[in-house]
Design a protein around this ligand. Sequence first.
Ligand SMILES: [Zn+2]
Length: 271
Amino acid sequence: MKPVKETSGTMHMLADLTWVEAREAIERGAGVLVPIGALEQHGPHLPLSMDALAVTEAAKAVAQRLDVLIAPTISYGCRSKPLSGGGPAFPGGVGLEPRTYMALVENVVRELLRSGFERIVVLSGHWENRQFTYEAVYQARQPDDEGTARVMVIESLYGDTVRKSTLDEIFGDDWPGLAREHAAIVETSVLQHVRPELVRADRSVDDAQERFPWWDVVPAPPEFTTKTGVMWKATRATPEFGRKIWADVVEALTTAIDEELFSGSRAHRAS
Ligand SMILES: [Zn+2]
C-alpha cells in the first residue's frame, strides 16, 4: 500500500485509532467516509479489486483535504452484470446478493451512527451497487429518526465528477458512455495514476460487446459481454489521462462533501 501522505498529525484511518481518539474525532465533528467497491473482473490487465482500490484512494485524497476519517473499505459489492461489468462467468469475482449487500451496508452505517458520527459519507464505486446503497442507508437512517446526523450517498465515482472538458479531451467523439466504458480507458488510466504497479500493461486490450442493447436479458446472451472482460479501448489509457480524471474526481468529491456536510467551510483537518 502506498503510505497516506499526512498533512497534519491526525490519522485518517478509523481502524488505526483507539476508542479515545475516535471519541475525540466525533466530538470535534469529524466526518467518516465508508468506501465501497466490489470483487469483479476488470479485464486481463486490472485487478479484481479495481473498484475497491479506486474508492479507497479517493477517500484518502479527500481525507487530506477535509476532516473525515476513513472506515475500513467494504471490498465486496453486488453481482456483476454481463452488460455493465462482464458478469459472474469470469473467475475470481465474488458478487453479493442485494439482501446481503444491503444488510452489510445498513449495519455498518447504523453502527457509525450509534458511535455518534454526525457526518457520514457512503461512497460506492461499483456500478451494480447503485440504488441498493441508497436503500441500505435509508433503512439505517430513517428520515423521521431523531438527531441531526446525516448520511451522504455517492453512488458513482466517475459519473458526475469528471468534467465534460476532460472527457472531451480524452475521448473526443468516441465516448461510449460510462455504462459501457468498463475496464477500459477511464479505469485503466486511473489505476496507472494512483497504483501503477498493479496495472499489467502488456495484457491491456481493446474490445467491445457485439450487442449493447438498452434492455437486459436473463440469462444474458454471450454477445452481451466480451471474452476479455474489457468493454472498450483499454490500450488508449495513459497515466496522464488518469492524472486529469483523478484531479476532477478528487476536486468534485471534496467540494460536494464540504458543501453538503461541512457547510462549505472546508472544515480543514483539525490541527
Ligand atoms: Zn470498475
